[in-house]
Ligand binder design. Structure first.
Ligand code: 0A1
Ligand code: ZN
Length: 867
């Protein structure tokens, strides 16, 4: 039996609607949990102190998922099975009074829990994941975020197998038991919803440290990992301490318990989880050393550690009333972690990366069948709503509020929010209201950002009148229709812009205007010649800008704009325009592009990390997003051609840069990291140039690297080439890192992302590799999510890519519906492709949707994708 607790969908799963929200009828002030832990048979006793909320005569309803009560008692008296019933999975008990002690006992089997929700086993550990609705797989409980309880948890387990026993809050007692067992009791003084419950049992080693808070309290910090991974935890620990200090300095938020623990597990559905005082992490966001982790891995660890830590206030102390409010905690916390990372490194590059992520994930989501507002209106399975829209677009909303308010008033707003709602479960509306009251602003129209889906388009028209020296600018907005929202009202869009004098290269100051209607006309005077418009500076609003700017203006901005995002954007737009024109039949005009790149890579005033971002070609997927109908083959061919052209034209510059950026001895300094990044870009152009020594140079970098950043960069270049070095490097990489799961993931992923005509067959063969398993989400994603993101390979005209991913979804759904459901959206993009591809994608979605016994998760994604 794969999993005794499954969530198979009924014929049509019920739709949960935001407007149907009802406050809880019963509250649980306190819960005492007792675990007798065993991988195959864990006993869970729960004692709930319940109180009736308001005047009603409705029974107590406790959610369960695949649970069978072994016993039920009320106020110390066992109930006979006639006194309770199971309504589907919900335990229903009629209670006479207004306050009772309700006890239940169940048995669960962590070892067969392949969904990784609830209590499950991972590499010899027992651990939990309860968000969003996993607690009901552990015990009967009102498993909704607006029921806040104080938790008192006792764990009993075999001491040799599970020497470490952790839970939320503070450790209060522990002791020995007969038969080699032991116990520990943890109490969390802060009331919390069940989704924040956590416990871990296992043989773990601890990187222990401490942090003294701003009021002088010492907090014990622990990062718990397998003994052999201890040397890889120092970066995460530094990130944690930096996060704690940053939240005090920037938001005035202090940590509130005596201990803060992080545990790394290798089987985890998402990135990490903010359980109160006991964060549980996917090991890929904890473990790093130069030999096994790239610079982007280091950055991801820093930002995920910060994200989960920041949730202690934006999520735990103030939580969500219901799951429609998910962006209340996620949008705000992503914004907080983005600002933290910007402060820890280069703010300019961080913004560029965040916008790239937003465009790649969220803009695509917003343009397809799964588009939904930041605050969704309905769902079948809430796990499907941990999306780029809720997280990343949600963060952009907070960023816009911060921009409109300015730093001081934004801080007054957040202070009021935390003070007003501490200990409560609240809504996005409560957040906006606190920002209005604390910041002194009217966000009336701004609220549409929470309720309207779709990415607004901003079209810009400029008219310069040489006689009067004036420029008129017309901004127009349109918000496209999205599922369930055919008509849209105009949004409040903050637009930052500047007008450059092409003669001096200066502008007369940045302006912020807020577009509130369909159209806005502005006139600016005093220009001896037509100024150059730099628009949506800093990417202040998450919109698509359509401005017809000449190659000359773009080249000017690429060389002169003082807003680094806009400078990057101009450079990218120059490349995009050239490529799109070529794809639609024009000759490839690369001279201006090459000139701009030459100027950028030889500008000594620029940070190398920024240079690397600016001169990199836009991804194939992003180019596809700019087309009416995505033509993956034409995009690939054009992009390769431009890459070769840039490589050839600047071969000596790339060669020089590649040599200059080499370093003796590894360092994590910003300078060294920037050099590694630019070195990788230089190598990619050098190899693309067709230089006869290209493959040998790449292999040399691969072979001699003293760090994973350079080694993987070289491997990622070699896998695209049909050279003997390709196979040599892949074999050497595997030999070197066999047994290190996180690095073997990279080996799978790099091959799935390759620009190689046989990538489909290569991925198919890799699925049969001894190290491949669908049971581990990181491994499954390394192969299939990476492959589905490889536009050219996934959309190969014979449709084999679609079939392979659909097969994987159907197989994975039987084990882990959440992870399977995340593979569906790439197939849902069928409207974006030509008729033949679209029909094949639809056929695969139909095959998935018709599979008997499909989970609610995959069923929702597949049926919505077909609509
Ligand atoms: N709240 C977490 C995200 C998360 C959601 C669900 C999970 O398991 C199914 C795990 C993590 C965060 O934002 O980091
Ligand atoms: Zn989060």
């Amino acid at each position: 039996m794969a999993d005794t607790q499954t969530t198979h969908a009924p014929a049509t799963p019920p739709v949960i609607r935001r407007e149907d929200y009802q406050p809880p009828l019963w509250l649980v002030d306190h819960i005492r949990l007792e675990f007798d832990l065993d991988a195959h048979a864990t006993r869970v006793k729960a004692r709930l102190s319940v109180t009736r909320a308001g005047r009603h005569d409705r029974p107590l309803r406790l959610d369960g998922d695949g649970l069978v009560p072994l016993s039920v008692a009320v106020d110390g008296k066992a109930l006979s099975p006639a006194d309770w019933r199971l309504d589907d999975d919900v335990l229903v008990i009629a209670l006479p009074g207004n306050a009772h002690e309700v006890e239940t006992e169940v048995q669960i089997a962590p070892a067969t829990n392949t969904q990784l929700m609830g209590l499950y086993a991972s590499g010899g550990l027992l651990c939990t994941q309860c968000e969003p609705e996993g607690f009901r797989r552990i015990t009967f409980f009102p498993d909704r975020p607006d029921v806040l309880s104080r938790y008192d948890v006792t764990m009993r387990a075999d001491k040799a197998t599970y020497p470490v026993l952790l839970a939320n809050g503070d450790p209060v007692e522990q002791g020995e038991l007969p038969d080699g067992r032991h116990w520990a009791r943890w109490v969390d003084p802060y009331p919390k919803p069940s989704y924040l419950f956590a416990m871990v049992a296992g043989d773990l080693a601890c990187n222990a440290d401490s942090f003294t808070t701003m009021s002088g309290r010492a907090v014990r910090l622990g990062i718990w990992v397998r003994e052999e991974d201890l040397p890889r935890t120092s970066h995460a620990m530094t990130a944690l301490k930096n996060s704690m200090a940053w939240d005090e300095r920037v938001y005035g938020r202090e940590y509130d318990l005596d201990v803060f623990n992080i545990v790394a597990v290798s089987d985890f559905n998402f990135g990490a989880m903010e359980n109160k005082g006991l964060n549980i992490f996917n090991s890929r966001y904890v473990l790093a050393d130069p030999e096994t982790a790239t610079d982007p891995d280091y950055d991801a660890i820093e930002s995920v550690v910060a994200h989960e830590y920041f949730h202690n206030w934006s999520g735990d102390r103030v939580t969500c009333r219901d799951w429609f409010q998910l962006s209340l905690k996620e949008g705000f916390t992503v914004y907080r972690d983005q600002c933290f990372s910007a402060d820890m490194g280069s703010a300019a590059v961080k913004r560029i990366e965040d916008v790239r992520t937003l465009r790649a994930a969220q803009f695509q989501e917003d343009a397809g069948p799964l588009a939904h507002p930041v605050r969704p209106e309905s769902y079948m399975e809430i796990s499907n709503f941990y999306t780029a829209t809720v997280y990343n677009k949600g963060a952009e909303l907070i960023r816009m509020i911060a921009l409109l308010l300015g730093p001081e008033r934004f801080r007054q707003g957040t202070d009021l929010y935390f003070e007003r709602h501490d200990g409560q479960a609240v809504t996005c509306e409560d957040f906006v209201k606190a920002m209005e009251d604390g910041g002194g602003i009217d966000l009336g129209q701004f609220r549409l950002w929470y309720s309207q889906a779709g990415t607004p388009r901003l079209t810009v028209r400029q008219r310069y009148d040489p006689a009067s020296g004036s420029l008129s600018i017309t901004l127009r907005q349109t918000v496209p229709p999205t599922p369930g929202q055919p008509e849209k009202a105009p949004m409040a869009i903050p637009v930052k812009f500047a007008l450059f004098d092409p003669a001096t290269g200066e502008h007369g100051g940045e302006e912020l205007v807020v577009l509130t209607r369909d159209q806005l006309e502005m006139r600016r005077e005093g220009f001896a010649q037509a100024p150059v418009l730099s628009l949506n500076r800093g990417f202040a609003a998450p919109v698509i800008v359509e401005a017809e700017q000449s190659a000359q203006d773009l080249a000017f901005l690429a060389a002169r704009d003082d807003d680094p995002f806009s400078r990057y954007e101009a450079m990218q737009q120059l490349m995009i325009n050239g490529l799109l024109a070529h794809i639609s039949g024009a000759p490839l005009e690369s001279d201006v592009i090459i000139d701009s790149i030459r100027r950028t890579i030889t500008d000594p005033t620029l940070d190398r990390s920024f240079v690397a971002e600016a001169v990199r070609l836009p991804s194939e997927a992003y180019l596809g997003d700019q087309m009416q109908v995505v033509d993956p083959d034409a995009i690939h061919a054009a992009r390769e051609r431009l890459m070769t052209g840039i490589g050839e034209a600047l071969e000596s510059e790339w060669r020089a840069l590649h040599a200059e950026c080499a370093r003796n001895g590894f360092s994590l300094s910003a300078d060294a990291r920037a050099a590694r990044k630019l070195r990788g870009v230089a190598l990619s152009y050098l190899v693309a140039s067709g230089a006869p020594d290209g493959a040998a140079l790449a292999f040399g970098q691969f072979d001699r690297a003293d760090n994973m950043t350079e080694r993987q960069a070289a491997l990622a270049i070699l896998v695209n080439r049909e050279t003997p070095e390709r196979d040599q490097a892949l074999a050497a990489f595997y030999r070197r890192y066999a047994g290190n799961a996180l690095v073997v993931d990279k080996w799978f992923q790099t091959q799935a992302l390759a620009f190689h005509p046989d990538t489909v067959e290569i991925v198919q063969a890799l699925a049969g590799h001894a190290d491949f398993t669908l049971a581990n989400p990181n491994r499954a994603r390394a192969l299939y999510s990476a492959f589905a993101a490889n536009q050219w390979a996934f959309n190969r005209a014979d449709g084999k890519g679609y079939r392979m991913v659909a097969d994987a979804i159907i197989a994975l759904d039987k084990l882990n519906p959440q992870t399977a459901a995340r593979l569906v959206p790439p197939l849902g993009r069928w409207r974006r492709f030509d008729g033949a591809r679209g029909a094949m994608m639809r056929a695969e979605l139909e095959r998935i949707a018709a599979t008997p016994g499909l989970s609610r998760d995959v069923l929702e994604q597949a049926t919505k994708s077909l609509a």
